[in-house]
Design a protein. Structure first.
Length: 49
């Protein structure tokens, strides 16, 4: 019983972490062209990190 609960919790944390990473990648991909069009030093670009 406890093992099942722990396994489910670990799986949910794993899915949440992967979901957050996926959204972060999508946001960076969407923001990058906008940031690259700005003058140098106006905003930090994800590409220069």
């Amino acid at each position: 019983m406890l093992c099942t609960r722990l396994a489910r919790f670990g799986f949910e944390v794993h899915v949440a972490a992967n979901g957050a990473r996926m959204w972060q990648q999508l946001l960076l991909r969407a923001i990058d062209p906008v940031v690259l069009d700005l003058p140098e030093g106006a905003a930090p670009s994800a590409a220069t990190r």
